[in-house]
Design a protein. Sequence first.
Length: 119
Amino acid sequence: MIAQKIKKEVKPTKTHLKKGDVVRVVSGREKGKEGKILQLSRIKNAVWVERLNLIKKHTKPNPKYPKGGIMEKEGILSISNVMIICQNCERPVRVASKRLTDGKKVRICRRCGEALDKD
Ligand SMILES: [Zn+2]
């Protein structure tokens, strides 16, 4: 659906980030703020982070919002402007990936080596 609108030469942004990750914004207007990733688009180089970069949106009354009016909605942040927070280091870190002996790939913190994916 999204892909159809994109020109061929646009390459998806490389990222280790995933939906649900807790990230910190390291650049731009929301710098220093933290939140959970709600949605991510590598093709758009975009992430939507819970309660960050809020934009006001005028909404007509609908079944979900019977009154309509001005809604706040998360706006786009650039993937390159957010970093995952390592729960162990308690700070934004760079991510490496590592293949386990069973062939499963996990993301690890480049700083402390702890796994970032808790299953
Ligand atoms: Zn760490």
